[in-house]
Design a protein around this ligand. Structure first.
Ligand SMILES: Cc1ncc(COP(=O)(O)O)c(C=O)c1O
Length: 438
């Protein structure tokens, strides 16, 4: 029970704390009291079905008691110790991640979240290759620190420019509802040309989200990631897979790169690593990369590198994925999600595109299926999208409505019944969007 009312909580939060990516005067957050499984509850007692795992990170569901117990136990015994020490929890999680990561990746550097993981990934790429430039894609998000907001291609970068020197953005295979997705051959030819024009020997790494998250659940055409791997190998460019959002079962496999059998040189993780229960990120490294540091100093460090509470949470979270078969469940429920998506597309003329891989999904709305004009422009809003979002909120479905897209990314333990409930509410909301179809 909260001692403060919902309004008091919201007012005080707004008065004394800053909210992300918002004009502070026009935001009114939900006062949340508790969460369990795929649901959370407001201070006023309203239940929400979580269809976005918050920021696509609460993968095992909210407030799993097994993780809570592991954190509490670690807090009693050794809540913190300097990263220069060795601990059993660090040893055990290192072994576990080495086992789970693709290919020969078997060493990690622990951070506090996704941005710090990407910061260190590019630091390592630059140090080990002796090159300075990084390729990244426009439709991407890699974090909000100075370097990672520069890597980020989406409009959140604009206000933060000029950023770190040496970042070159390239187009994605996906070009929006109107132009659709290039095939792998076309996308790779364009990439090859960019690499040639930039000078292959000046490029340390190409960082990409194997399946792009907030920029629209963009699933690459088959052959694209394999082609990127081959191109990087040919030019001595390191491939950094940002699996911060796509990792840990979100796509129905441990990591998104596994769907295409691609092994990156560096892989960043966060979010699902602890199911967001405690802040933790990691940079996974292949021997080709980390061997450099056998003879050279690693010029990086964090007071909270290998924080025992984060590591204990991660170990317990990984155990939950395994014990509950959540990776397989995500793949299975992904098939159910695909059927719901198709039903919505069959029924509603406002549905332009649907796609999902595992429980990573989106419904993109359009004003007209011939022109494929999106229901809200790139980086913009529209009255219809706002009305759709309002309806979902009123009916207790929490998700991210961004530009012309409705995200469908529930926690992995979601049941068929809960999926039907969530898609039932989206079905109702789409009646509003259908009225705007011309
Ligand atoms: C793909 C990706 N990379 C990096 C980040 C940044 O992670 P964090 O917010 O933990 O710094 C995010 C966050 O949404 C993300 O989706």
């Amino acid at each position: 029970m909260s001692e403060l009312t919902a309004d008091e909580i919201v007012d005080l939060c707004l008065k004394h704390t800053l909210y992300d990516w918002q004009q502070q005067g026009s935001t009114r957050p939900i006062a949340v009291a508790s969460a369990r499984g795929c649901e959370f509850f407001t201070v006023d007692g309203k239940r929400y079905l979580d269809f976005n795992s918050q920021l696509m990170g609460v993968n095992i569901g909210h407030a799993d008691p097994r993780v809570a117990d592991a954190i509490a136990e670690q807090a009693r015994v050794l809540p913190y110790i300097s990263p220069f020490m060795a601990t059993e929890v660090r040893a055990r999680l290192g072994v576990k991640l080495a086992e789970l990561m693709p290919g020969d990746l078997d060493k990690v550097f622990f951070t506090l979240g996704g941005a710090e993981a990407n910061e260190n990934a590019i630091r390592i790429a630059k140090a080990t290759t002796g090159r300075q430039k990084i390729l990244a894609r426009y439709r991407s998000y890699h974090g909000a620190t100075y370097a990672t907001i520069t890597l980020t291609g989406d409009p959140r970068r604009w206000a933060n420019e000029p950023g770190m020197p040496g970042v070159v953005h390239v187009l994605d295979p996906y070009h929006g509802t109107r132009r659709g997705t290039d095939d792998a051959k076309t996308a790779l030819a364009y990439l090859e040309e960019t690499v040639m024009l930039e000078g292959p020997k000046t490029i340390a790494a190409f960082i990409l989200e194997p399946v792009t998250g907030t920029n629209g659940i963009l699933i690459p055409p088959d052959g694209y990631l394999q082609g990127v791997r081959e191109l990087c190998d040919r030019h001595g460019i390191l491939l950094i897979a940002d699996e911060v959002m796509s990792g840990f079962g979100r796509t129905g496999d441990w990591f998104a790169v596994n769907h295409w059998g691609v092994v990156p040189d560096i892989m960043t993780m966060a979010k699902g690593l602890t199911s967001s229960a405690v802040p933790l990120g990691a940079v996974g490294l292949s021997p080709k990369v980390y061997r450099y540091f056998d003879e050279h100093v690693f010029y990086g460090g964090l007071t909270y590198n290998s924080h025992p509470l984060g590591l204990a949470a991660a170990l317990a979270t990984i155990r939950v994925y395994e014990e509950d078969g959540l990776i397989e469940h995500s793949a299975k429920m992904g098939e159910v999600m695909a059927r719901h998506h198709q039903e919505l597309a069959d029924k509603h003329p406002s549905v332009g595109l649907v796609r999902n891989i595992g429980l990573f999904g989106i419904v993109e709305l359009v004003r007209n299926r011939e022109t494929m004009e999106p229901m809200a422009p790139y980086n913009g809003a529209s009255d219809e999208m706002k009305a759709v979002g309002k309806h979902l909120d009123e009916r207790g479905l929490f998700t991210m409505v961004r530009w012309n897209g409705i995200m469908t990314n529930p926690p992995l333990p979601i049941t068929e019944e809960q999926l039907a409930e969530g898609f039932g509410i989206i079905d109702e909301a789409l009646e509003i969007a259908d009225r705007a179809v011309v």
